[in-house]
Design a protein around this ligand. Structure first.
Ligand SMILES: [Zn+2]
Length: 355
């Protein structure tokens, strides 16, 4: 009996040691160019296998995995509280942590250390004037595209055919400029509505990529104006862009020249909102005037988004940088840079086309 417990203890120490070694190993990898490149290449290979494995399952298999993992962890944590089962439970928790962490890092974590997109774009100053000019440009574009989309009886933008737009997003991935993206696009449609549906609306999470199954989950209850850009954003993760704001920028490139007015509108509208958010602290009046100049349709959409947020007042509303409460300035710091990395990328990219 006594020998047995010592052995388990040793095993625990061993697995805790492995976990620590993993932290150090992946930290070192993240600093080495060739290691990151290796994981980038691995991702290309991995995404094909993953999508073949999971795409045919009609629901989000990744969500099911998360639920099972959650149940397993809760079960083991309960066992932790009983003296008799404590050692064994701790040992198993360590193994689960080791495995999860390892798989996460090799499939996804290292992608955060790829060459950032900003390094591929020309340097330019992100002045208030430039952002204002872009805001006006996207206001006009949004207005024009908004005229071409369908509305419900309340005058709110609705989607005609979601499947067609999913295919359009995949198709558009192929047209991304090669100096920004060298990743292989996929024709495999692995967008799945989240199994957490209603709960998700309350967390403020619009969508998420599952690195264990390469599925892109979205909250099917979102207003259409959010939903389509969310799909573009998640598809950018599937393509292999890990950072949130880079996924926004790739999502922007995917949607902005689409022939599909619904996708284009959702993208232009997201871009407009991001720009206005970046301006509001410096020139509130400009933003107010811009909002007044929304077309009737856009005003309905904005109201609908506000209604959705109010009904699902979550504590993580700004989780994915989709800040929509234009006048919610409470967490903005005085004097800090007010524009996001997405705006920085956008301004640099657009500067390439203006003379
Ligand atoms: Zn994301």
């Amino acid at each position: 009996m006594h020998i047995n417990t010592t052995k388990t203890y040793k095993k625990k120490r061993f697995w805790a040691g492995i976990l620590l070694a993993q932290f150090l190993l992946f930290y070192t990898f993240s600093k080495l160019k060739f290691a990151v490149l290796f994981f980038e290449n691995l991702f290309e290979f991995q995404k094909k296998i993953h999508q073949l494995l999971f795409v045919w399952i009609p629901f989000s298999f990744g969500d099911l995995l998360y639920i099972l993992l959650g149940i397993l962890l809760i079960y083991l944590i309960i066992k932790l509280f009983k003296k008799k089962t404590r050692n064994n439970a701790l040992f198993k928790i360590l193994i689960v942590l080791n495995m999860t962490y390892f798989i996460y890092q090799i499939f996804w974590g290292m992608l955060y250390f790829q060459t950032p997109i900003i390094a591929k774009l020309p340097k330019t100053e992100v002045t208030l004037e430039v952002r204002k000019a872009l805001a006006l440009e996207y206001l006009e574009k949004s207005k024009a595209s908004r005229k071409l989309v369908k509305e419900d009886k309340n005058g709110v933008f609705i989607i005609k055919d979601l499947k067609a737009i999913e295919l359009e997003i995949l198709e558009r991935q192929k047209t991304l400029p090669t100096f920004i993206n060298q990743k292989e696009s996929t024709t495999t449609n692995s967008f799945k509505p989240s199994l957490f549906g209603k709960t998700m609306s309350f967390t403020g999470i619009l969508g998420y990529y599952n690195p264990f199954t390469a599925e892109a989950q979205f909250n099917a209850e979102l207003p259409a104006s959010y939903l389509l850009f969310t799909l573009s954003h998640e598809s950018s993760h599937q393509l292999g862009f890990a950072k949130e704001q880079e996924a926004n920028f790739i999502g922007y490139l995917i949607g902005i020249h689409s022939k599909n007015a619904e996708l284009r509108y959702s993208t232009e509208y997201f871009t407009l909102k991001s720009l206005l958010n970046s301006i509001v602290n410096e020139d509130e009046k400009f933003v107010k005037t811009a909002l007044e100049n929304y077309s009737e349709g856009m005003k309905c959409d904005r109201l609908n988004e506000k209604k959705f947020i109010a009904e699902h007042q979550g504590y993580l509303n700004d989780f994915f940088g989709f800040t929509n409460n234009l006048f919610l300035k409470s967490n903005q710091q005085e004097g800090a840079i007010t524009y996001s990395y997405f705006i920085d990328l956008l301004v640099r990219y657009k500067s390439m086309f203006s003379t």
